[in-house]
Each structure stands twice: as structure tokens, then as C-alpha cells.
Write a protein that binds this ligand. Structure first.
Ligand code: HAM
Length: 426
């Protein structure tokens, strides 16, 4: 039997109703905050992620689905391509390619699949979905302002509250800028000198190439050592410290609770200043529902103009897992089941169904060969609110027997009144 590839899964009804519910809610929230949708390709040049996300990150060094794409003609050069492991690099690439700075501040959102070759487990998949957003633009348009950081975080709190997710924690940190990062990296390297030989091979390498990445280590034996390392919070320069304080002042003023966590550095190289995750207790080991932060230098590292930015990505799979709402309650049931009775009635039923569906009445059809009993049973089984009986007499009189399947009450309704009548108590 051919099965879905390891780490991927099929999303089936009624569960898909939960996905639609969170996506619709996200779109509503994005609208209120004046974000607009962007769609970028699901594969990009491998170089984009190597330069954008960083060679030393787990994502780029271990988890990408990459292939050499042969050209089909001389005009079509071969190149290394990668299924996107995340969408921020793609958005910034599009910003540069389409000169989006001409539009001032860009507030963009996306919803779509991402791909990482991780070890699959609950809440961790090789194809997973993100709902994400990015604010970026020239500094003069306000992209660097702490207002933006606070706006993003407040939007997220509003969104989670709206879809009924309680018990989340916002973990907040500032990872500084190139200016203070140099001093901090130096301090980290120095501290790691005598410690690294006792750590895992990955950390031994990170200690040399990119010491900040040591904080991504998941090896339990390394954790007590990592606890002793200097923290970025002690190395922030004055502008970074001030920026971070302003973000926090706004969060306090608007009433978004947060917890400072100076071990939070995020697993991607592009972050500067504000970095955050929202975690949820019910999720177990993979407890981050979402993550994000500022990336003020990312555009330049992709050969674009300065374009400070901040964004986030919600792991939609994990978000849906922490949703309390039962899928069955979110999936819309049919309003009416048309029970056609007798030969020639399929045609009449199709005609009536077309009329009703055009008025947004959710309509399901039987078959003229079904006995009435079978039709009524099917109508109840699929959860229709009404069964509509359509036989030769009804077609002649243009009046239909409409049976309320919950109460058993049956009334006669003229054709023109059907949509209103059926939708009246929906
Ligand atoms: P990230 O932390 O790598 O950040 O991913 C964001 C979220 O995606 C995670 O918190 C998690 O919920 C979900 N996620 C990641 N990997 C998996 C997986 N294998 N299975 C299921 N869910 C997963 C980013 O991707 C950044 N681009 C976020 C960002 C946007 N930063 C600035 N702008």
C-alpha cells in the first residue's frame, strides 16, 4: 500500500473545519491590523536559506529538502533548489525583487506549508503549516520603531484570545544587534573555551563557528553547562536596551503579559533585538505555538537595501492541537436534504438544489430510486436540519413538504419561500 511520506499527514474532515476556523479568524485579525496577503513560491534557491537563515542553524545544516534542478534548455540553467523551511527569507527576497520599499511600510501575512526534515513526533512534522506575518520597510517609514514590536505581540495575544486559546505564555528577550553581538560572541567564546570539550559534537563546532547557536542544543547533559554561560541581556548596548524597554512599556500599557527569558535566542541567524515565543502547556515537548522577532539586517545580507523588519510564524498544526473547540461543532451541517421520490424527480431535485444553493442554503441530494424511509434516515445521519420531499405532486403544486428532523414537525412551503424558511433558524 502506498502511504503518505514519513512526517506528512492527510488532514481530513471534520478536522479541516478547525483549520478553516483558525485561518478565517487569522484573516479577520490581519484585516483589523491592516495586513495584506503575500504568496511566495514553496521552493526557492538554496542559497536564499543558506544566506538568510544561516549555514550553522539546524534548519539549514540538517533539515532542508534540497535537490539539484537540471535545466531543460540552455536558457534554463540548472540550480540548487530547496522546499522552503520557513517564509521570512522568501518574503524579504520578494521585498527586494519587487522594490517594495516604494510602498513605505509593508505589512504582509501568509498562510501555507513549510518543510523541514526533522525527526517526526507529536507536534513536529516534515510538512507543517504556518500562519505568519512580517512588517518591513525603510527605517523612515517607522519599521524600526518599538511600536511595531508591540503591535505584533498585541496582535498575537488578541488572536489567541479570540480563538479561545487560554494558558499561553509570551516569552520575551532581546538578542541585541551586530554592535553588541560582537562583544557577546567574544564573551561566549571565552566562556566556552574550557567547557566545549565536555559538550556534544554539535556544540564543539558551534563554539567555534557561531557560539550563539549553543543555546539551540537539546542534549540534556549539556544543559547545566549552558546554564552557566553569560547571557545576552548583560551585553545589550544603550540603543538596544532602550528599544527593548519601550517595547515592554507598551506591552504593559496595553495589558499583554510576558515573561522575560534571556536564554531565548531562536534557532535562526537573522534575529536582532526583540525575539519571542508563545508557548502552551498542553503541547508537551514541542511547546512553542509560535515564534518570531526582529531581523533588522536580513535584507542587507540578501543584498537588499536596509529594511528593518519584525515578524512571526504560528505553527498551525500546534495551534489546532491546542484548540478546545471540537471539530464536529465547527463543521457546518447541511440545511436541507432533498428526498426525490419517483421517476423523473432527479431532474427536478437538481433544479431546486441549484436554486437553493445559489441562496447559500447548504443542500444535499438523494436519488429518486431511494425509498422515503432511506432518504429520511440518510438526512438524519448527515445531520441535515430539514428533509424536503419532492415528488410529482409537489412539483405540480410548487409547494413542498419540509420536515424538521429534530422535532418531526412537517409544514408545506411554497417554492419561493423555501430559502428564507429553511435558513430562518440556522
Ligand atoms: P520558527 O520558530 O522556526 O520560526 O517556526 C515558527 C513556528 O513554526 C514554531 O514555533 C512551531 O510552532 C512551528 N514549527 C516549526 N517547525 C515545525 C515542525 N517541524 N512541525 C510543526 N510545527 C513546526 C520561523 O519559521 C520564522 N520564520 C518566524 C519568523 C517570522 N520570524 C520573523 N518572522
Amino acid at each position: 500500500m502506498i502511504k503518505a511520506p514519513r512526517g506528512t499527514r492527510d488532514l481530513l474532515p471534520p478536522d479541516t473545519a478547525r483549520w478553516n476556523f483558525v485561518e478565517a479568524a487569522a484573516r479577520d485579525v490581519f484585516r483589523a491590523y491592516n495586513f495584506h496577503e503575500i504568496r511566495t513560491p514553496i521552493f526557492e534557491s538554496t542559497e536564499l536559506f543558506a544566506r538568510g537563515v544561516g549555514e550553522d542553524t539546524d534548519i539549514v545544516s540538517k533539515e532542508m529538502f534540497t535537490w539539484e534542478d537540471r535545466g531543460r534548455a540552455e536558457s534554463d540553467r540548472g540550480q540548487s533548489l530547496t522546499l522552503r523551511p520557513e517564509n521570512t527569507a522568501g518574503v524579504v527576497r520578494a521585498y527586494i525583487e519587487h522594490k517594495l520599499w516604494d510602498r513605505g511600510l509593508n505589512k504582509l501575512f501568509y498562510i501555507g506549508p513549510q518543510f523541514r526534515r526533522e525527526r517526526p513526533q507529536k507536534g513536529r512534522y516534515r510538512q507543517f503549516f504556518q500562519i505568519g506575518a512580517e512588517i518591513l520597510g525603510p527605517s523612515a517609514a517607522g519599521s524600526e520603531s518599538p511600536t511595531r514590536d508591540a503591535e505584533i505581540l498585541e496582535l498575537l495575544a488578541t488572536f489567541l484570545d479570540r480563538i479561545g486559546i487560554t494558558g499561553w505564555t509570551l516569552e520575551l528577550n532581546s538578542v541585541g544587534c551586530p554592535n553588541d553581538r560582537a562583544t557577546y560572541n567574544e564573551a561566549l567564546r571565552k566562556a566556552l573555551g574550557p567547557l566545549a570539550p565536555k559538550m556534544c559534537v554539535d556544540c564543539q563546532r558551534r563554539a567555534v563557528t557561531n557560539p550563539l547557536r549553543v543555546f539551540d542544543c537539546k542534549v540534556p547533559e549539556d544543559q547545566p553547562i549552558i546554564e552557566t554561560l553569560p547571557r545576552i541581556s548583560q551585553y545589550l548596548d544603550e540603543p538596544c536596551r532602550k528599544h527593548f524597554e519601550e517595547v515592554q512599556s507598551i506591552l504593559k500599557a496595553v495589558g499583554v503579559p510576558y515573561k522575560l527569558n534571556d536564554r531565548l535566542v531562536r534557532g535562526l541567524d537573522y534575529y536582532t533585538r526583540t525575539a519571542f515565543e508563545f508557548t502552551h502547556g498542553a503541547l508537551g515537548a514541542q511547546n512553542a505555538i509560535l515564534g518570531g522577532g526582529r531581523y533588522d539586517g536580513l535584507s542587507e545580507s540578501l543584498e537588499g537595501p536596509p529594511a528593518p523588519g519584525i515578524g512571526f510564524a504560528i505553527g498551525e498544526d500546534r495551534l489546532v492541537m491546542s484548540l478546545n473547540e471540537a471539530a464536529e461543532n465547527l463543521q457546518k451541517k447541511p440545511d436541507v436534504y432533498i428526498a426525490a421520490l419517483g421517476s423523473g424527480m432527479n431532474i427536478e431535485a437538481a433544479r431546486l438544489a441549484r436554486e437553493l444553493r445559489r441562496q447559500d442554503v447548504i443542500t444535499e441530494l438523494g436519488d429518486e430510486n431511494f425509498r422515503l424511509k432511506k432518504s429520511l434516515e440518510t438526512a438524519s445521519k448527515i445531520g441535515a436540519r430539514y428533509a424536503l420531499i419532492l415528488g410529482e405532486n409537489e412539483v405540480k403544486s410548487q409547494t413542498f413538504a419540509v420536515k424538521n428532523l429534530a422535532t418531526g414537525e412537517q409544514v408545506s412551503v411554497p417554492r419561493a419561500d423555501l430559502p428564507k424558511r429553511i435558513k430562518a433558524d440556522s
